[in-house]
Structures are given as structure tokens and as C-alpha cells.
Ligand binder design. Structure first.
Ligand code: MTE
Ligand code: MO
Length: 530
């Protein structure tokens, strides 16, 4: 016989209000999930609010998130949003006990915020995108009103035996209502997830059906001497599943290869054109090993990978469209690539057309691009950081000028032009390792894409720079492995590495942050030899 009044009253009030709020909040999100499953998965409230937050996050914070959470940055953001929503729901639930209308209106307000965020997304497809948040918010608003009404009766002071009885009865009523609501909402959410998953199935099937043509210009075989047999060194070719991923997409776009189109248009394009994937695949394809690097990669960091890419030479497509590089009188100096999720990346037309292997890639390590890496087509320009060249899920290429247009990252204070800086990384020994005295192999990779690496040197503590042994160079667009046999003596030591690129430039000692155009400085590893 445990009536509510046997609990301290405020505590039970807060608990009831919090439960009502959480159930209502959960209902709102689950219903929104269902509507998103019917309308467009990318229009779900958490996705659109997350996207809006990513776009408004100061560059330094975003850079910090990428460096700290890496591939989990989006999961962290989702958990963060859900936590804030959870707290708000609890607050509104407690408020709703005394002020039912105000609490319910608060839930609806969150729905309106979601709807506004949805309509403001660059990939928004129209007013339908507001529906998941609006319908979810309305349902949650209604749920909170009803639950708060039930909960309010329970906490009515129990004066007589009769009222006490009523209280117990209504507490049960509240629990039943909350239970039924939660169960219904869960079904709605599960159904929504199922519907969202189904929307990507056509794309998945189109990727499975895709047979990549043979390249008319295959990649030169990797010279045997390009791979060093040192345990702990980065493999020369990065496995696709180990390849870093950096993008702003909370939901990875799943594009059906059959309906995909690429439009080439803009300033000085005399023959604008739209290509299908089959039309691109019918052209002569090149296959190249190219090392891609993210501008957010710290000195010694992990956001660099080397893969074998298959693609259509981009310069040829541009020439057919009538584009000339600025050095040949072309009026457009910036190429802006746009992806289906509204991302824009700008590359210098001069670099794209100067004879390097800039391409629209369709294959990565012998397979169609994975969805995470831009299926069906992405851009790559050897020598440029990803954010100014490597547009994934590309849908259009617009020729313009650097004066006329700032793409996404440039609007957020990153540099307009960003060639990859020369870097060397020590892969082994790991920081704070305790190698045994005697011969210790220090090894790693160095990159200066499109200039090549000609020298790597190692310094132990404050000693002289000594040449490391270089693996054979694959191409100037790939990283190069190196190793150094160190006669390790007992004590603590700082191992530092520096590289020299194909132009003779020695990697600078000057430390800079990743913002605005990539980190510079030398990688050091501290070890203790027992
Ligand atoms: N559509 C789209 N393309 C994008 C990005 C993005 O956020 N959206 N990020 C760019 C950045 S910053 C980098 S470093 C590379 C990373 O490519 P990866 O994820 O295949 O390694 O993709 C680039 N292309
Ligand atoms: Mo990047």
C-alpha cells in the first residue's frame, strides 16, 4: 500500500515530471524518426540540428573535435544533442506539472527549432523537410499535456482516505499512460529506422552491381623497394577500412549510381554538360596511387592515407567544356565542386589543369568507392589538402573566381589555397615506448605530395641530423617510407624527424597550428630506454 504521499512530496513531483518530460521527448523524437523515414532520412531533427551546429561551430572547435574524437566526432555530437534534449525534456516535464500549457508549448518550440534548422540546410529539398520536426514536436507536445494532467492529479494533497485512494489510482493511470505512450513511440521509431534503411537500398544495390572498367592507364606497379619490412610502420597502401574519414555528413549520402548526374558549368564554360556515371565510365580511365591528407592533421597525426584510385582525368573534361587555365587566358581561376549534401570545395583551376593526375575517382583500392569515401564519384587533386580538392558525393563543378566565391571552409577562416605541407611522421617506436638498449629501428612515412620526398633525417636528442634510409619512391604524389637504425643507449631520448621535398626545401621547424592552412613543424617522439 504505497501511495504517493508516502514519498517526500517534492521528490515524487520531480520524478513524475521528469518521467513525463522524458516520455514526451522520446515520443517527439520517435515520431520525427518515423516521419523522416517517410519523407527524407536526412531531414530528421537530430541530423538537421547537428548539421546546423557543425556549420556554426568555430573553426578551432571543429578542428579540435576532429583531432580529439576522429571518426567518432559525429557520434559525440549526436550524444551531446540527445543529452541536451533529455535535460530540456526533464525541465519541461517538471514545469509542465504546474503549467501544463507552458510545458507542452516548450516541447513544440523545440519542434519549431528543428523545422527551421531543416529548412536552412543546404541540401534541403523543400517544406517537406520541416515535417519530421513539426509533427514530432506536436506529438510530443500533446503527450506532455496528457501525461502532465495525469501526473498532476497524483500529487494532489491527500486529505481524506478517499482522495488517497484516488491518488493511488491515478498514479497507476499515469504509469499506464506513460507505458503505452513509450511502447507506441518505440514502434514508430523502429518503423522509421526501417523505412530510412530501405531508402538506401537502391544505392547499395547499384554499388554492388557496378563493375569498374579496366584503366586505360594503369598505375605503375609499386616498386618492391617501396615497402619496408619494419613492424609498426604504416603500410604503403592504406587498407580502405583503415583509411581516415573526415566530413560534415551526419548521415552518409547514399546515392543511386543510376540516377547520379554531374553537371559542369559556370564562368567561361562554353559547352556546359551533364554526365551520367556510364558516360564517365566509358571514357579512358587512369589508375594512380595518391596520398590524401587532411588540413586538420596535426604534426604526427593520423589523417593521412595512401590509396590506389581509379578515375576520369578531370583536365580533359574541363577542356571539352571549353575551360582554359588562367595561364592560358582562362577567366575562371577557381573550380568549385559541390556535393549532394551541399558541401562546397574550391580548387585552383591552374593546379587541376597543370598536368597532374587530378581526377573524378570512381574506384578505391580496386573497388567502387565506399559510401563513406564518396560513392559514386569524388574529386582528387594530388598535392592539395582534402578540403580544397577532394569533394565526395560530388554533383556539380562550377567554374568561377576566387574573388567571386568563398566555399564552405573558406567562409570558416581556412585558407583559399592550401597545398599540402611537407611532413614526416615517426610510426615506430610509439611515444613513451621503452625499447631495449641496442639496435632500435626508427621508421615511418614522409609526404610532400606532387613535390616528392628526397631526404629524411633523424636527430637523437640534440645530436646532429643523420640520414635515414629511404624506401624507393613510388611517385611524387605518394608518401615515402623511411627507416633509421639507432643504437639506443639507456636513458630518456627525444627522437625527431625532418624531411626534404623534391624542390630542396627542408621541412620547417616553425610550429604552426592546423588553422588556416595546415600544421607545420617537426614530429618528435619521446622514449625511455631502460
Ligand atoms: N562532400 C564532402 N566532401 C568532402 C568533405 C566533406 O565534408 N564533405 N571533407 C573534405 C575533407 S576536409 C577531407 S580531408 C577529405 C577526406 O576524405 P576521406 O574522408 O575519404 O578520407 O574529404 C573532403 N571531401
Ligand atoms: Mo580535411
Amino acid at each position: 500500500m504505497t501511495g504517493v504521499s508516502s514519498f517526500p512530496r517534492t521528490l515524487s513531483r520531480v520524478a513524475l515530471g521528469a518521467s513525463a518530460g522524458l516520455v514526451a521527448g522520446f515520443t517527439a523524437l520517435a515520431v520525427a524518426e518515423l516521419v523522416a523515414g517517410l519523407v527524407r532520412p536526412a531531414a530528421g531533427p537530430v541530423t538537421v540540428v547537428g548539421g546546423a551546429l557543425i556549420d556554426r561551430t568555430p573553426a578551432a572547435v571543429k578542428d579540435f573535435a576532429i583531432r580529439t574524437f576522429g571518426d567518432n566526432d559525429k557520434a559525440v555530437l549526436r550524444v551531446g544533442i540527445l543529452s541536451v534534449l533529455g535535460l530540456a525534456a526533464i525541465g519541461l516535464g517538471v514545469l509542465g506539472l504546474r503549467h501544463r500549457r507552458v510545458g507542452a508549448a516548450g516541447v513544440l518550440l523545440f519542434g519549431v527549432v528543428g523545422a527551421v534548422a531543416a529548412l536552412g540546410r543546404p541540401d534541403s529539398t523543400g517544406v517537406g523537410d520541416a515535417l519530421p520536426s513539426l509533427i514530432g514536436g506536436l506529438t510530443g507536445c500533446f503527450a506532455l499535456y496528457v501525461l502532465a494532467s495525469k501526473a498532476a492529479v497524483v500529487t494532489t494533497p491527500a486529505g481524506s482516505e478517499d482522495e488517497r485512494e484516488t491518488g493511488v489510482w491515478d498514479r497507476r493511470g499515469f504509469l499506464v499512460a506513460a507505458g503505452v505512450t513509450t511502447a507506441t513511440a518505440t514502434s514508430a521509431g523502429v518503423l522509421g529506422r526501417f523505412l530510412s534503411g530501405r531508402q538506401g537500398q537502391g544505392a547499395v544495390a547499384s554499388r554492388e552491381r557496378l563493375v569498374l572498367p579496366e584503366p586505360s592507364s594503369p598505375a605503375p606497379p609499386v616498386p618492391p623497394g617501396a615497402r619496408l619490412k619494419v613492424p609498426g610502420i604504416s603500410p604503403f597502401i592504406t587498407l580502405t577500412r583503415d583509411f581516415y574519414r573526415v566530413d560534415t555528413a551526419l548521415i552518409v549520402p547514399t546515392i543511386d549510381a543510376g540516377t547520379w548526374r554531374l553537371r559542369i558549368h559556370g564562368k567561361s564554360v562554353t559547352r556546359p554538360r551533364t554526365y551520367t556515371l556510364d558516360e564517365l565510365l566509358a571514357r579512358p580511365l587512369i589508375e594512380r596511387d595518391i596520398t590524401l591528407t587532411c588540413v586538420s592533421n596535426e604534426v604526427g597525426g593520423p589523417y593521412v592515407g595512401n590509396a590506389r584510385w581509379l578515375g576520369v582525368p578531370l583536365a580533359g573534361l574541363l577542356r571539352e567544356a571549353g575551360v582554359r587555365p588562367p595561364s592560358h587566358g582562362g577567366a575562371a581561376d577557381q573550380l568549385v565542386a559541390r556535393s549532394v549534401d551541399g558541401m562546397t570545395l574550391g580548387s585552383p583551376v591552374e593546379d587541376v589543369m597543370d598536368g597532374r593526375d587530378a581526377m573524378l575517382a570512381v574506384g578505391m583500392n580496386g573497388e567502387p568507392l565506399p559510401f563513406d569515401h564518396g560513392f559514386p564519384v569524388r574529386m582528387l587533386v594530388p598535392g592539395l589538402y582534402g578540403y580544397v580538392s577532394a569533394c565526395k558525393w560530388i554533383e556539380s563543378i562550377e567554374l568561377t573566381t576566387f574573388d567571386a566565391y568563398d566555399p564552405y571552409w573558406v567562409k570558416r577562416k581556412w585558407a583559399r589555397r592550401a597545398p599540402i605541407k611537407t611532413q614526416a611522421r615517426i610510426d615506430t617506436p610509439r611515444p613513451f615506448a621503452r625499447p631495449a638498449p641496442g639496435t632500435v629501428t626508427i621508421a615511418g612515412v614522409a609526404w610532400a605530395q606532387h613535390r616528392g620526398i628526397t631526404r629524411v633525417e633523424i636527430r637523437i636528442d640534440d645530436g646532429p641530423w643523420r640520414d635515414a634510409e629511404l624506401a624507393v619512391q613510388d611517385t611524387v604524389d605518394t608518401w615515402r617510407q623511411w627507416s633509421y637504425r639507432w643504437d639506443a643507449t639507456s636513458g630518456s631520448h627525444t627522437l625527431t624527424v625532418r624531411a626534404t621535398d623534391g624542390t630542396g626545401q627542408v621541412q620547417t621547424e616553425q610550429r604552426t597550428r592546423t588553422l588556416p592552412d595546415g600544421a607545420s613543424g617537426r614530429h618528435s617522439v619521446f622514449v625511455t630506454v631502460p
